[in-house]
Design a protein around this ligand. Structure first.
Ligand SMILES: NC(=O)c1ccc[n+]([C@@H]2O[C@H](COP(=O)([O-])OP(=O)(O)OC[C@H]3O[C@@H](n4cnc5c(N)ncnc54)[C@H](OP(=O)(O)O)[C@@H]3O)[C@@H](O)[C@H]2O)c1
Length: 252
């Protein structure tokens, strides 16, 4: 089996920090031409410069867009097209984890913000980047879901709801676009060490969850590089429309 992504053009959203940044560095180290998309171009550029310091990584591209803003996503797609001339994979990683939000105490503005980043963002990037993939003969869309999509936890309605919806967006996109060469997949990590996670998880929650995971530790963003590299490679060409769960739900 040949797991090779050399030269593939891969767009990664929310890539200034955390899981997105680790994927940008990891896929570039594996030979992909990476477009690093972040809300703030200077933060995207900082990751591009980290990539430039890697031995043998192809030059990367910094893109600025809020994924919930259709005009900005459309402009980012045009920029990638001008720079790379094609898109082979889109990693819909941008997302917001709002922490515990009990239904009876949560302002609807929190729900709207979660849905804008986590669901509308994935919808708009699919709408604007998939046509470039189709034009080039097909490609892979990865939706960064979560184990929260299938685990009901008190306070999880906005986030879990957004990720469950993302799983269905991935499944529907498969049905609509598989005939045009698009493969989709939602991947569902469990607790993973990132700046966003550190803002909302308690030390007790991290320790309790780590005890149930391989090696007795929570995930590192880098743990996802192998899976995403495989999914972007031709070796995964007959995998589509499904959810890949990284770890089972931690007991609550
Ligand atoms: N860490 C975990 O335990 C875990 C587990 C399962 C799934 N996930 C998912 O994995 C993904 C990455 O999370 P992470 O842990 O790396 O979190 P993170 O450290 O909070 O990073 C998320 C990134 O997404 C960006 N983002 C959010 N909304 C955006 C928008 N509307 N437009 C553009 N960028 C936006 C953020 O940009 P700003 O810095 O500009 O806000 C941030 O750079 C998320 O979808 C998250 O839900 C995380």
């Amino acid at each position: 089996m040949n797991i090779d992504i050399t030269g593939k053009a891969v767009v990664i959203t929310g890539a200034a920090q955390g899981i997105g940044r680790a994927l940008a560095l990891g896929l570039a180290a594996d030979g992909a031409r990476v477009a690093v998309l972040a809300r703030d171009r200077a933060r995207a550029q900082a990751v591009v410069e980290e990539i430039a310091a890697l031995p043998d990584a192809p030059p990367a591209l910094a893109l600025a867009a809020d994924v919930s803003d259709e005009a900005e996503v459309g402009a980012a797609a045009a920029e990638v097209d001008a720079a790379f001339g094609r898109v082979d994979a889109l990693i819909n990683n941008a997302g917001w984890m709002p922490g515990s939000q009990p239904v009876l105490r949560t302002d609807v503005a929190v729900l709207e913000r979660v849905l804008r980043s986590n669901l509308i963002g994935g919808f708009l990037t699919t709408k604007h980047f998939a046509p470039l993939m189709i034009r080039g003969g097909g490609g892979r869309i990865v939706y960064m879901s979560s184990i929260a999509a299938v685990q009901a936890v008190a306070g999880g309605a906005p986030y879990s709801g957004s990720k469950a919806a993302l799983n269905m967006l991935s499944a529907v996109t498969h049905v609509e676009l598989v005939g045009q060469g698009i493969r989709t997949v939602a991947i569902a990590p469990g607790l993973t060490d990132s700046p966003g996670m550190r803002e909302v998880a308690t030390a007790e929650q991290i320790e309790k969850t780590a005890a149930t995971y391989p090696g007795g530790r929570i995930g590192a963003p880098e743990d996802l590089v192998g899976l995403v590299t495989f999914l972007c490679s031709d070796a995964a060409n007959h995998l589509s429309g499904t959810v890949v769960t990284v770890r089972p739900p931690a007991p609550r």
